[in-house]
Design a protein around this ligand. Sequence first.
Ligand SMILES: NC(=O)c1ccc[n+]([C@@H]2O[C@H](COP(=O)([O-])OP(=O)(O)OC[C@H]3O[C@@H](n4cnc5c(N)ncnc54)[C@H](O)[C@@H]3O)[C@@H](O)[C@H]2O)c1
Ligand SMILES: [Zn+2]
Length: 353
Amino acid sequence: MKQVHVSASREYDILIGSGLIKNAGGLIKNVSSARKCLIVSDDNVYPVYGEAVLSRLTGSGMTVFSHVVPHGESSKNADCYFSILEKLAVLNFTRSDCVIALCGGVVGDLAGFAAATYMRGIDIIQMPTTLLAAVDASVGGKTAINLKQGKNLVGCFCQPKAVIIDTDTLSSLPEKEYLNGCAEIIKYGMIADSELLKSIMSSPVKDNYEDIIFRCVDIKRGFVENDEHDTGCRMLLNFGHTLGHAFEKLSSYTLPHGFAVAIGMAYITRSAYRQGLCGKDTSDTLTNALDKYRLPRFIDYPAEDIARAALIDKKADGSLINLIVPTMPGKCEIKKIPSSELSNWVKAGEAND
Ligand SMILES: NC(=O)c1ccc[n+]([C@@H]2O[C@H](COP(=O)([O-])OP(=O)(O)OC[C@H]3O[C@@H](n4cnc5c(N)ncnc54)[C@H](O)[C@@H]3O)[C@@H](O)[C@H]2O)c1
Ligand SMILES: [Zn+2]
């Protein structure tokens, strides 16, 4: 088992290893004195892993309830959010009880927001079961639900009490979800760790889950500790996301998030190379990694449409936007560009060099 300690507005540990669900009772008792807990999960994950977690917690003396929402992004809505709050209220949960999010990032964000706001905040323990949630969503304390006007428009920062990543759960992930997570891992490599890129080129991520997740989570820890509320260096984690969010929108959310981020990273990197902001080695390193993980690098939307869709994203900031631009493998910087220049950036990233 590997462990990462986070010192943000709350201190907590992230545990990563095989078979951690079997010790869930003891691991949760170590960090929480809650006598009651609510496991929130979705209808794909709960039937496979729910009972195992529930029986371990019951075995350690806790009174355990469960709440299952339909799988998919559409569950990150106000109805599901209120259904969790009302369940907590009906079950007389108090501020000394806790919520456990056992699932991917959708439930992590939804249950995280419910826990952060029920009675002004009760403890949440994240138990991510997707690769994307393990390396990204479960760590750092961002919680949210969506409005019909856009994603993640309602939420708050609230750090979990612990993050428990049982790498065995990743064995049941569909290939598409595995590759989604791999795109975020490539992102970590590009922004902060060229050695990570080398290691995922020499052996597949799935052969080294514990080590790779540890490295990603440790990178995120550094950004969260230095910039918990995402106004400075934490923005580097958005590499590929400004355009990625635009591609998701233009595809009416049929394009998976990781695939959209992969294309976003590819456009910005090709564009940066053409503008002399990084060398060919940077562009080649990203291309090779995306190809190895069968992630796309191009998409067929006009540059103006892409820029327009990107600029209605919440990260657009007046007339300037923050673009995360690679300077070499393992290093990116935040570049403020006028929003009017974004479509030229996209155009420059359209073609192979
Ligand atoms: N809070 C943050 O910092 C943060 C960061 C990144 C992403 N997110 C959010 O995370 C969400 C995406 O998360 P996700 O990619 O985990 O999606 P998800 O939660 O929808 O999970 C993807 C699919 O995999 C299934 N699944 C989950 N675990 C499984 C397992 N072990 N075996 C088989 N199937 C499994 C789920 O039922 C679902 O159908 C988005 O809403 C995004 O906004 C949040
Ligand atoms: Zn992402």
